[in-house]
Design a protein around this ligand. Structure first.
Ligand code: AMP
Length: 192
């Protein structure tokens, strides 16, 4: 069954890895705004140079820019998709609602990967990305708590939020996600 899923969770929760596996297993489009922004940086465009400075500070790029990226990709796509790293704040969540209403592609699940903060810091510091030094990592986690975590309530209120424990091996977490998505409605176990 084709699925339209927003994957939520702090930096380092494993969203990218799990989305990659799930997209391959189920033939879904994996749309990672972080990956698309890093590709822009790698291409060395003038937009890429501006984006690089924002990424290196650990700040968020503008809502309009990421919305334009997501709108472009989703409007070209027919089947199911996984959104990874978007929305990141309540403005983006509202923009996504409007976009999906326009595209007549209602969201089916908001999947929240849960991992304790100290484990996140350890994971991020071992990853070695240019925006993964300790000061930037702590800032990204702070931005997550202040701006991104509150949008869970937005999805919970609509009965779409499902929580999955993100601790354990990649395979263990992947199995939990599959089980969670195969429920027609959030089960007691996956309700946050
Ligand atoms: P990620 O790969 O999702 O951890 O994203 C890496 C960086 O890309 C973030 O720290 C932000 O600077 C930027 N970014 C990714 N997605 C978004 C978004 N939805 N809104 C704003 N900035 C974003």
């Amino acid at each position: 069954m084709s699925k339209r899923v927003v994957v939520l969770g702090p930096p380092g929760a494993g969203k990218g890895t799990q989305c990659m596996l799930l997209a391959a297993a189920r033939g879904l489009l994996h749309l990672s705004t972080g990956d698309l922004l890093r590709a822009e940086v790698a291409a060395g465009s003038s937009l890429g140079q501006q984006v690089k400075a924002v990424l290196d500070r650990g700040d968020l790029v503008s809502d309009d820019l990421v919305l334009a990226i997501v709108r472009h990709r989703l409007s070209l796509h027919q089947g199911g998709w996984l959104l990874d790293g978007f929305p990141r704040n309540s403005t983006q969540a509202a923009m996504l609602d409007d976009l999906l209403a326009d595209l007549k592609q209602p969201l089916q699940v908001a999947l929240q990967l849960q991992v304790p903060e100290e484990e996140l810091v350890a994971r991020l510091l071992s990853r070695g990305r240019s925006d993964d030094n300790e000061a930037v990592v702590r800032k990204r986690l702070q931005i997550y708590v202040r701006q991104t975590e509150p949008i869970n309530a937005h999805y919970q209120g609509r009965g779409l939020l499902q929580c999955v424990d993100g601790l354990g091996s990649v395979e263990e977490v992947a199995t939990r996600i599959c089980n969670s998505l195969d429920e027609c409605a959030p089960s007691e176990e996956t309700m946050c």
